[in-house]
Design a binder for this molecule. Structure first.
Ligand SMILES: C[S@@+](CC[C@H](N)C(=O)[O-])C[C@H]1O[C@@H](n2cnc3c(N)ncnc32)[C@H](O)[C@@H]1O
Length: 228
């Protein structure tokens, strides 16, 4: 079966058939949009536009250096890469096939080449491909991470942050009693209390500001993290 053909035909394959397969196989089954939660045009373009307008409303300028953590198949990048100055977009994504599909299918007129976005790959939150950043976002990433990986993310990101760096991230708010056990997983959901995230932040050198509702379709809450 071709990549994402089921999802495109409007018949999502049964979850139990793919949920425990490796990420690369899940991308094959779901397609590059549905894998990141863009199961229809409304969520694909809507959540991309929401992030884009959010960042501009918070002061992102075309000459800022921008880091998209878990950039997926460029749901945000399709808007930001054309907007930002050449060389100012950095994307971290462990699954290279998502970025390839984004560059090939979502960015038009060679902008994926001429705007020279830079990408890093891997699950270890290795930010060595980034010199520094003015703004960063992790949209729907902590929703898929266990505590160990959130701690690694915050620790490693702190290492490339500067006094003025602003890092926005989203999370599912809740007591976490039904969180999956075991490793982080891009298609399973974790919930956290804000106080829990604050503890991790304090231990890894961050101050958090709870923003909360930003009209996310799936109710994810927004937080601003700045180096402490
Ligand atoms: C729900 S998607 C969101 C993607 C993108 N931020 C968006 O808004 O479309 C979650 C993404 O997190 C990525 N991811 C999972 N584990 C990661 C890790 N350890 N480091 C970086 N990205 C990760 C997945 O591959 C997937 O692309």
């Amino acid at each position: 079966m071709g990549a994402g053909s089921n999802a495109r035909a409007g018949k999502p394959p049964k979850r139990r058939k793919w949920i425990n397969k490796p990420a690369a196989e899940r991308i094959e089954v779901l397609g590059h949009r549905a894998f990141v939660g863009g199961t229809n045009a409304e969520t694909w373009y809507g959540i991309g536009k929401r992030q884009y307008h959010w960042l501009i409303s918070r002061g992102l300028r075309h000459d800022h250096r921008f880091l998209d953590i878990a950039c997926g198949s460029l749901r945000l990048g399709q808007f930001l890469i054309p907007y930002l100055d050449t060389g100012c977009y950095f994307g971290l994504e462990p699954e290279p096939s998502l970025v390839e599909k984004g560059l090939q299918d979502e960015l038009l007129f060679d902008l994926g080449t001429t705007k020279a976005p830079r990408f890093g790959h891997g699950y270890g939150f290795d930010f060595s491909f980034v010199d520094g950043y003015d703004f960063a976002i992790a949209q729907s990433l902590l929703t898929h991470l266990n505590v160990e990986d959130i701690t690694r993310l915050m620790t490693n990101l702190r290492g490339v942050s500067e006094p003025g760096s602003r890092f926005y991230f989203t999370f599912f708010e809740g007591d976490g009693t039904r969180n999956p056990k075991g490793p982080s997983h891009a298609n399973k959901s974790w919930h956290y209390r804000f106080a829990q995230l604050q503890e991790i932040a304090a231990d890894t050198g961050w101050s958090l500001e709870y923003i909360g509702d930003w009209k996310h379709k799936r109710g994810q809450k927004m937080v601003l993290a700045t180096p402490s």
